[in-house]
Design a protein around this ligand. Structure first.
Ligand SMILES: *Cc1c(COP(=O)(O)O)cnc(C)c1O
Length: 423
């Protein structure tokens, strides 16, 4: 679509011309819709669930809704959806086992805001603290460290993307004077790796950090999958963690970016609140004005699907991910899939057109597909077929051999001529 059509020019005064212009605008919007529908049909690379129907909520389209300020403080501003927001938060508090009178949280603008919030509570509790996070962490963690001017120490990861606990211990012991603010990844962006929360807590306690650490769980990607996988470690406030953040537009599939962050009320009361006369509320949130539609979307989606429905949904995603990994491996493609995730990592296609068509997220030598509920078996089959055809053609035309990705996903998963032991 050409950019010039989008230019915002002045409405003409001539009636005929004004009518024509309205027609043009309608046309442009129809084109845009079609274009986005085509893009949606091929969407594979990013962890966005596109399977939703929010038709009953269209009636709120023309309402202005703003959950300004603290969700738990009555304020002067009347156009809000705070009842929905609190219902959503209560649901998450039950999921994460924090009693209703002990939590504080809000519906954020996305996983990034939740990470910023969690790390900020950590820093306010421990102003002299150092942030520890694995090098596979989402860029929002490093951004928050920079914004809050907190020293940030990167921990190595194994090829699976999980934090290397030996390296964590080693780096902690070099900094025993400063408290530790640890970001634990529950599903890394690129590989869907889950850091070992229990081991991290053990290490903190055994290295003399008891009562001098704060843990934030970045669960943006897998926070809603872990609770529904039997063998997965539990992420819960019964463990000594300070906060959890998730994204609402990923697995749940909200049409606009949003998320949820939750912390302990005690901590928030202690460090985070200032009364603001102008809004007659407490200033506890990072954003001032907050999307009032997002809590209604979350409320609607969660109320429709329930814990049981999510359980089935997650199971299906894992199964389809295993199927995709198997199909690719059978075709000789190097592939890796974390046991607790639906993020299938494989060698990066050597054709940028192909990458763009399927909107694959790439990093160095690897690409990934995050299997979400909207990714059907048909779409997986179509992708595998197109990918293998394209790959064979590219390898032939460029006279190249199968790339080595042992450094990215481990020798045992690499099928290049050096590492393929199937022959
Ligand atoms: C997506 C993601 C984020 C950021 O979430 P946004 O909602 O895009 O701000 C943070 N951490 C991880 C692990 C993610 O996958």
């Amino acid at each position: 679509m050409g950019g010039f059509q989008f230019q915002i020019d002045e409405p003409p005064t001539d009636v005929k011309a004004a009518e024509k212009r309205l027609d043009d605008m309608a046309n442009l919007l129809a084109h845009y819709k079609q274009h986005m529908q085509e893009k949606s049909a091929h969407h594979l690379g990013y962890p966005i669930n596109l399977e939703f129907d929010y038709a009953p909520l269209l009636q709120f389209q023309n309402l202005h809704l703003n959950n300004l300020g603290d969700p738990f403080v009555e304020c002067n501003y009347g156009l809000h959806s705070r009842e929905f927001e609190i219902a959503v938060l209560d649901w998450f508090a039950r999921l994460w086992e924090l009693p209703e009178d002990q939590y504080w949280g809000y519906v954020t603008n996305g996983g990034t805001e939740g990470n910023m919030y969690g790390l900020l509570v950590g820093r306010e509790l421990f102003p002299e603290g150092i942030i520890y996070t694995s090098c596979d962490s989402h860029y929002s963690i490093f951004k928050a460290a920079k914004m809050f001017r907190v020293q940030c120490i990167k921990i190595d990861t194994s090829f699976s993307g999980e934090m290397d606990c030996a390296d964590f211990r080693h780096k902690l012991l070099q900094n025993t004077r400063s408290p530790a603010i640890v970001n634990v990844n529950i599903g890394t962006t690129m590989k869907g790796a889950v850091d070992d929360l229990d081991e991290i807590i053990r290490i903190l306690e055994s290295c003399g950090f008891a009562n001098r650490f704060y843990i934030h769980c970045d669960s943006a990607l897998a926070g809603l999958m872990m609770p529904f996988i039997k063998q997965a470690p539990k992420v819960t406030f019964k463990k000594p963690i300070g906060s959890i953040s998730i994204s609402g537009h990923k697995l749940i599939g909200c049409p606009t970016p949003c998320g949820v962050v939750m912390a302990r009320l005690m901590d928030v009361n202690h460090v985070m609140s200032t009364n603001i006369e102008y809004i007659a509320s407490r200033d506890t949130t990072i954003a001032g004005s907050r999307n009032g539609h997002a809590p209604i979307f979350l409320w609607y989606a969660l109320k429709r699907i329930g814990y049981k429905g999510l359980c089935t949904t997650v199971e299906n995603c894992l199964k389809k991910a295993q199927y995709l990994a198997l199909c690719l491996r059978e075709k000789g493609v190097s592939v890796f899939l974390n046991a607790l995730g639906s993020t299938v990592v494989f060698e990066r296609p050597n054709d940028e057109m192909f990458v763009r068509k399927w909107q694959l997220a790439c990093q160095g030598n690897i690409a990934h597909i995050v299997v979400m509920p909207s990714v059907s078996i048909e779409r997986i089959n179509l992708f595998v077929e197109e990918f293998t055809e394209n790959r064979t053609a590219v390898l032939r035309d460029k006279g190249s051999s199968i790339p080595c990705v042992a450094g990215d996903i481990g020798q045992e998963n690499c099928l290049c001529s050096l590492h393929d032991d199937r022959r």
